[in-house]
Design a protein around this ligand. Structure first.
Ligand SMILES: Cc1cc2nc3c(=O)[nH]c(=O)nc-3n(C[C@H](O)[C@H](O)[C@H](O)COP(=O)(O)OP(=O)(O)OC[C@H]3O[C@@H](n4cnc5c(N)ncnc54)[C@H](O)[C@@H]3O)c2cc1C
Length: 540
């Protein structure tokens, strides 16, 4: 039997894995987590996918409890600013498109739409709620899309049927603390110590990790959650790292934690991704502060210039704040599960944070680990299927992100010019060719599960200015009355919701006042997030 798991690393990946394994297997598995109090966590990672609710529901956690304790807020989508041209924006919402006579509202917008109205405002409710700063819940807790509410229980990403209308922003360090308490209450053994060596047996399997104070720690299965260092998977097991930098060149970020006065500013219910000269800036409104950072390529911008750009972008509120400079390892391990070691989190893979996929990768990995959990036979097929699933998700997201840069109309700086000439994945080249004349469908987006649906691909194509100019020819032969009604109803629904939903800030104040305490903004030094130090040689 495989009865014991040792997790090395206590960031989001480590504590999500520990708490999930306990929720899945209870006392049948012993879980130990060892983390250093000298090596920082990454200190960023604050926006999520809507499917993260499966994770919380699986653990039996209610947002009314955990949100106030993690400075959490709602995320209805991502607002892309200046990706097409300065001053233009569109939303990538958590919302599927409505269908009329078998075709989506995007198809009908191409056929019937008023081109003075952007496609996202013609096809989705969410842009209206975002611009009006609305909460997806009413006072008392009812979700505006009532039929979608309620706990999903112990469900996984594979059971995702409906598109839930929101995700969360939260303070990653506070979430790790919250999950740590959850895990410890369920008998996760917590060791605070430095791992100084990883010992291998004659087959090359991990036999122990040696710590500075507690000696050797052993288990049947080891989870490498040591972040970009990949201490076990790359350091000890020498698994090669497949870099994505040939197609996704952003390899650095600089971040700030900005306190703010929500009473005057409100709380925006979305993440903003603003295109800049050599990358883009994220703005993530948490309950008690804003998380912001400039993601860029050091080929086009140096760290000092990036920090100054970010400070100028934030304005006077940035004065005196400590900046967190981060080097990012972009790509994936050739295999994330090698022998008796599984890498989860940044040690496994990372694409840049555009579209907030890091925590989704963790959730996906631990769900797959539970599904393909080994026994004493260490059946290779379990490991291989796991590795294949992880690879598909990473490759699919890679393609989807490359689309953002290739399809964006901007070409005004050397950085943006290069996005048009750099090599792109072959599958994506085909998809972009198809999208010149028709919107994509389930058969023409990246074919394996990778977390993004057809509507997301088409939203980015149309939002960035790379979709087809005209509707499919078939629409010319379909009586458009019903489609017009569907498009008109969307506007009426949006107007009614904007009028009836509370502001996001007002709702969150009521939630936080009845929940956990309001934490002051901690400094990076308290929560981790200093520069990475040396990456292992296998890093791309
Ligand atoms: C710039 C940036 C922005 C991001 N934004 C988002 C986002 O908006 N949304 C999202 O979903 N994801 C985002 N991510 C990804 C997200 O931050 C990570 O997926 C997530 O935080 C998981 O990190 P981790 O736990 O793998 O690693 P880390 O946070 O780096 O944790 C590593 C752990 O390993 C421990 N450790 C290391 N060495 C040793 C040792 N020798 N002994 C003992 N312990 C050790 C450390 O103490 C620490 O506890 C972002 C990432 C970056 C770089």
């Amino acid at each position: 039997m495989v009865r014991s798991v040792l997790i090395v690393g206590g960031g989001t990946a480590g504590w999500m894995s520990a708490s999930y394994l306990k929720a899945a297997f209870g006392d049948r598995i012993d879980v130990t987590l060892v983390e250093s109090d000298r090596v920082d966590t990454i200190g960023v990672g604050e926006a999520t996918f809507s499917t993260v609710r499966h994770f919380f529901d699986y653990l039996g956690l209610d947002e009314r409890d955990w949100m106030p304790q993690t400075s959490a807020s709602y995320k209805l989508g991502i607002r892309f600013e200046n990706w097409r041209a300065d001053g233009r924006h569109f939303y990538h919402p958590f919302e599927r498109m409505r269908i009329a006579d078998g075709f989506t509202t995007a198809e009908w917008w191409l056929r019937l739409g008023d081109r003075n109205e952007t496609f996202d405002r013609s096809c989705f409710l969410t842009p209206y709620l975002c611009e009006a700063g609305r909460s997806p819940r009413r006072f008392g807790g009812d979700l505006f899309a009532g039929g979608l509410d309620g706990s999903l229980g112990r469900s996984t990403l594979a059971e995702q049927r409906d598109q839930f209308p929101y995700a969360y922003h939260f303070d990653a360090a506070l979430l790790a603390r919250y999950l740590r308490d959850y895990g410890i209450r369920r008998d996760v053994r917590h060791v605070v110590d430095d791992v100084v060596d990883v010992r291998l047996d004659e087959r090359g399997w991990i036999s122990a990790v040696s710590t500075a104070a507690c000696g050797d720690l052993t288990a049947d299965l080891y989870l490498d959650c040591t972040g970009f260092r990949g201490l076990l998977i790359n350091g000890a097991l020498r698994e090669p790292f497949v870099s994505f930098q040939d197609v996704l060149p952003n390899n650095r970020a600089v971040a700030l934690r900005v306190p703010r006065d929500t009473a005057t500013e409100g709380i925006k219910p979305y993440t903003t991704a603003t295109a800049m000269d050599a990358g883009w800036i994220w703005t993530i409104p948490l309950y008690n502060r804003i998380g912001t950072g400039y993601v860029y390529s050091d080929e086009f911008c140096d760290p000092e210039e990036a920090e100054q750009t970010l400070r100028r972008f934030v304005g006077p509120a940035a004065e005196g704040l400590e900046a967190n400079h981060i080097r990012m390892r972009i790509g994936r391990n050739e295999r994330s599960w090698v022998n008796n070691c599984v890498a989860v989190g940044l040690s496994s893979a990372f694409v840049e944070p555009l579209e907030s996929t890091g925590i989704f990768f963790i959730q996906h990995a631990i769900e797959q680990l539970v599904r393909y959990f080994p026994d004493e036979r260490w059946e290779p097929a379990l490991r291989d299927t796991y590795n294949e699933r992880v690879e598909h998700v990473l490759e699919g997201v890679k393609e989807f992100l490359v689309l953002h840069y290739r399809a964006a109309s901007r070409e005004d700086t050397p950085y943006w010019k290069a996005t048009k000439t750099r090599a792109i994945p072959e599958g994506l080249a085909r998809r972009l060719k198809t999208a010149e004349t028709q919107l994509l469908d389930e058969a023409t987006i990246y074919p394996q599960y990778h977390g993004f649906e057809t509507y997301s691909w088409n939203t980015m194509l149309l939002g960035l200015g790379a979709g087809p100019e005209r509707a499919r020819p078939a629409l010319a032969h379909i009586e458009p009355t019903y489609a017009r009604l569907v498009l008109a109803k969307l506007h009426t629904d949006a107007t009614n919701l904007v009028a009836s939903l509370p502001s996001c800030r007002d709702y969150l104040v009521s939630l936080h006042e009845h929940g956990g305490e309001d934490d002051p903004v901690p400094a990076f030094a308290e929560l981790g997030g200093a520069d990475l130090g040396e990456l292992p040689d296998t890093a791309g």
